[in-house]
Design a protein around this ligand. Structure first.
Ligand code: UD1
Ligand code: MG
Length: 450
């Protein structure tokens, strides 16, 4: 039995690799070339963690987003090249037949994704220029995800979740979340866009997160491509019950073996490979000491790219596993984001110019905290997630360290320089991805049986 019938359009994948190399070269050249134009337009910022105060060009993520989106548009004919080639030699296609055969559904997947990326770019850039308020920027990605959700609906996308074994007696094997699943997916878009943006402030942090997540998604996609048999066998030997039944690493492609599954992951690859390329090109200039800043534009575009591939290629839950540091940072940030604890404009670590080291930065509680705030902060302190400064006599909280993962690293590991801190962040992101793969393909069999 042929494993994949018919063979999906893999040549387009090589074209996508070519486009990505082009994206990398373009970004690495354009970013420094356009920097001065951004400064001239007033788009610059001071590096908060340096002794010098030169104007550093900001929002250069716009250059990345432009290169990325334009190349994705240029790639459209190639993504459908197999169809075009198949039909080129047809002498006179009968009216209507070709039209019916064209993969319109896939085109709408592609176009709706581009639409979401464009809105993310606009939003990110507006945020760079106007500093949009939280309550205004949260709903926009949700609205921006509607085209993608509609396409998901059009294909009767799955809205079921598999119930873990221990809960089956209560809920059964599958639960249909219905509309709630759509709510979850639209929240995913606002989470992915904002969570990278709030894990920021040290050179290279935003773009390295995007880079590592994109690489993880690519690795996951590659597992679903129709590799020659020999590639599959060695890993198959490692296979256990879980692998075979749940669609583990190599059996994932085989078990389902459908052209559809391969095509979904190809789509994800078409969107992720150029993203890796622009992120790499940008990281070169944003690495410590940064010559350019990404601005919110880069965070929003890359976040939205992850959300759309997660939704369109149907692996949104696996995708969330690649966001472990962002989820941790978001949950830890909640007291500050939702007004329980004061949130200064910048929560970046404190820079000591004498030693060139970073220390946890602090938020000052101007008035005595409410009972709830005290309880939350004491609980976080008990877990070593924050450090408190207490009033000597009354014992009420005067200051706490800002609730971010960067400060958490500094509390746990001690003061370090900026470059080391971004390396620690990158290691945690890689560790998160390794954990994600173990959970998704290794442990899933313990919790799910199929
Ligand atoms: C988010 C964070 C904020 C953090 C900021 C840093 C929340 C709720 N918001 O705000 O705490 O301080 O990102 O990006 O967590 N900058 C550097 N070095 C860098 C990158 C940025 O000093 O490597 C500074 C520059 O002054 C730059 C500014 O941060 O101009 C950009 O901040 P912006 O992205 O506008 O902040 P927010 O995303 O609103
Ligand atoms: Mg930002």
């Amino acid at each position: 039995r042929p494993l994949f019938d018919p063979v999906p359009p893999l040549p387009a994948l090589y074209t996508s690799v070519g486009f990505s190399i082009f994206a990398f070269i373009t970004t690495i050249h354009l970013v420094p070339a356009l920097g001065p134009a951004f400064v001239k337009a007033g788009l610059h910022g001071r590096d908060l963690l340096k002794t010098y105060s030169t104007a550093i060009p900001e929002s250069l993520g716009l250059v990345c987003a432009s290169v990325y989106i334009l190349l994705l548009m240029l790639f459209i004919p190639f993504a459908f090249s197999s169809f075009i080639l198949d039909h080129k030699n047809e002498s006179k296609p009968q009216e209507g037949i070709s039209v019916a055969q064209f993969p319109h559904y896939q085109l709408s997947v592609y176009l709706s994704s581009l639409l979401s990326l464009l809105i993310a770019t606009i939003l990110g850039f507006l945020d760079d220029v106007f500093d949009i308020r939280w309550r205004h920027k949260l709903p926009i990605p949700i609205i921006a995800s509607i085209p993608v959700l509609m396409v998901y609906y059009a294909e009767r996308g799955n809205t079921h979740v598999v119930v873990p074994l221990p809960l089956r007696s209560l809920f059964g094997t599958l639960v249909n979340l219905g509309p709630l699943y759509y709510v979850y997916m639209s929240l995913l878009s606002t989470f992915a866009t904002n969570s990278i943006n709030i894990l920021a402030g040290i050179n290279g942090s935003e773009v390295s997160q995007a880079l590592i997540i994109a690489l993880s998604v690519i690795l996951n996609d590659l597992l679903y491509l129709p590799w020659p048999m020999d590639f599959r066998i060695p890993l198959h030997l490692l296979g256990n019950k879980a692998e075979v039944e749940f669609g583990g690493v190599w059996s994932a492609g085989m078990a389902h073996g459908s052209r559809e599954l391969v095509e979904r992951h190809l789509f994800s690859l078409y969107f992720m490979m150029p993203l890796v390329a622009v992120c790499l090109g940008f990281l070169y200039h944003n690495w410590y000491p940064a010559r350019v800043f990404p601005g919110d534009t880069l965070c929003y575009v890359s976040g939205m790219a992850f959300a759309v591939v997660g939704i369109q290629a149907h692996f949104s839950k696996t995708l969330l596993l690649f966001f472990i540091p962002q989820i941790f940072n978001f949950i830890l940030s909640c007291p500050q984001l939702f007004g329980l604890v004061p949130c200064p404009r910048h929560r970046v670590p404190r820079f000591d110019p004498e030693t060139n080291l970073l220390h946890p930065s602090k938020a000052v509680l101007v008035k005595p905290p409410s009972r709830l705030t005290s309880i939350v902060l004491h609980a976080l302190a008990a877990f070593g997630l924050t450090e408190l400064t207490l009033h000597q006599t009354t014992g009420s909280i005067l200051e706490c360290t800002n609730l971010t993962i960067l400060n958490f690293f500094l509390i746990r590991l001690g003061p370090m320089n900026e470059k080391r801190l971004v390396q620690v962040l990158m290691c945690s992101q890689v560790a998160g991805s390794i954990f994600a793969f173990v959970v998704r393909y290794g442990l899933a069999g313990l919790v799910y049986d199929g």
